[in-house]
Ligand binder design. Structure first.
Ligand SMILES: [Zn+2]
Length: 431
């Protein structure tokens, strides 16, 4: 750690070895006065050293004075160059800055105009900056700090990001924010590349699925409009001028199951939206009138990314009410039905991963709860079964037993083989 009183001496030592621009010198002392601009600090130090040299000259110490003036002239300090000329000392001209080669901070206005033109396509209020600065520059910047034991400096990357952010705030009137900014600017100041990356938006809502044959998310090779995610994409992508959307559901139902009641909660991630102010209620109306009879959405509101985690974890905690049509070899008697309905009150069942999903899920035993069941015979061969099951229960397998992989099953309890014919989710409970 250098003392304040050493600033001048350290600077003299640095400049006698390396030519530095005002910023690269001033940056080494940034922490001593964070409000001051590095360029101003660097320039002031050079002026002080110049005065020191002038004093030494007055005292007749020409050799020391000339060596200081040479170092300053080499670092681009014009007054020192002029003074050397008046002393008749030749060949003391400005050299490129050892650290930044004068590439980073010169012509910032032109770079800012490029940034501005790239941003004009995108709607945003807050931004943050990340920049790619060549390794060589970063390591030279570090080297100065190490060689001269400086711990009061800022890194050149942090400084560049700060300077450009301040300029954008000042000239383009947008707000810098490190916490969930609307856009991230990826800058390469050397190659003059500006990439504007709009950060995602999140919309919470609920969907109802009114027709079977619709999956929750898109499947490769399938018509995207046979999924809730694809239907949402067709409305949300153009409205937000987005690249795409991704659906995060609170659990999922099978492709052939309906999702009724108040609907299943979801968070729609809107990827790279160029537009951010959209009236959600009008999107809801567009969706519901476009896909009437297929699917419906409701309760739309903007939310944060955190809600994805929240709805993913509530999947297990929530329970769902299902209505199934079930075919039976023989319809049980009223008494048998009453007995089973009584048995299935918070009944614990054990399910090994169903045969139909074994190819994509690990084979393990899951413990689930069936809260209640109601059984209504419809005719000689069919019954309507309504039940409430814990989130994540394989309901079809609870009906037919999946060859003994789910125990107990309704078929086992009623003592007759059963086959489910249709399934609807009536309600998602308890978030
Ligand atoms: Zn420099």
């Amino acid at each position: 750690m250098i003392k304040k009183s050493d600033v001048l001496e350290v600077s003299r030592l640095i400049l006698s070895k390396y030519p530095l621009c005002d910023r690269c010198l001033g940056r080494q002392f940034h922490l001593l006065n964070e409000k001051a601009d590095s360029e101003e600090i660097g320039h002031s130090i050079k002026l002080c050293l110049h005065l020191k040299a002038a004093k030494l000259l007055n005292e007749g110490k020409r050799k020391v004075a000339v060596s200081i003036l040479r170092a300053l002239a080499r670092s681009g300090f014009d007054r020192s160059e002029a003074m050397l000329e008046s002393l008749g000392v030749k060949n003391s001209h400005e050299e490129k800055c050892y650290v930044c080669s004068n590439l980073l901070f010169s012509n910032l206005d032109a770079f800012l105009r490029l940034v501005e033109s790239q941003m004009s396509e995108v709607e945003f209020n807050t931004f943050q900056v990340t920049s790619s600065i060549p390794k060589e520059i970063l390591s030279k910047d570090d080297l100065i700090k190490i060689e001269f034991g400086i711990s009061t400096g800022e890194s050149i990357k942090t400084e560049f990001n700060r300077v450009i952010s301040n300029l954008i705030e000042e000239k383009i009137k947008k707000q810098h924010s490190a916490i969930s900014p609307d856009i991230t600017l990826l800058l390469d100041p050397i190659k003059k590349i500006v990439i504007v990356h709009p950060n995602p938006l999140y919309v919470y809502g609920r969907y109802r699925k009114l027709s079977s044959g619709i999956s929750q998310t898109r499947k490769v090779g399938k018509d995207p409009l046979t999924s809730i995610e694809g239907l949402l994409a067709s409305v949300f992508v153009p409205a937000f001028k987005a690249k795409d959307v991704k659906l995060h559901g609170a659990g999922r139902e099978d492709v052939d199951a309906l999702m009724l009641g108040s609907g299943r909660p979801f968070v729609l991630e809107i990827i790279e939206p160029k537009k951010r102010t959209v009236v959600l209620s009008s999107l809801e109306n567009t969706f519901n009138s476009s896909f009437s009879g297929l699917a419906e959405i409701s309760s739309l509101r903007f939310c944060s990314r955190k809600e994805i985690v929240k709805i993913k974890t509530i999947g297990e905690k929530i329970s769902k009410v299902y209505r199934l049509r079930v075919k039976a070899d023989s319809i049980p008697s009223k008494e048998e039905i009453a007995k089973v309905e009584k048995m299935v009150q918070n009944l614990i069942i054990y399910q090994r991963t169903p045969t139909r999903v074994l190819w994509r899920r690990a084979d393990k035993v899951r413990k689930k709860v069936i809260k209640w069941i109601k059984i209504f015979p419809i005719n000689e061969k069919e019954m309507e079964v309504t039940l409430e099951a814990q989130g994540g229960t394989y309901v079809k397998e609870f009906i037919d037993g999946d060859n003994g992989r789910t125990k107990p099953s309704l078929a086992e309890l009623l003592n007759t083989p059963l086959k489910w014919e249709s399934l609807e989710v009536l309600e998602v409970k308890g978030e």
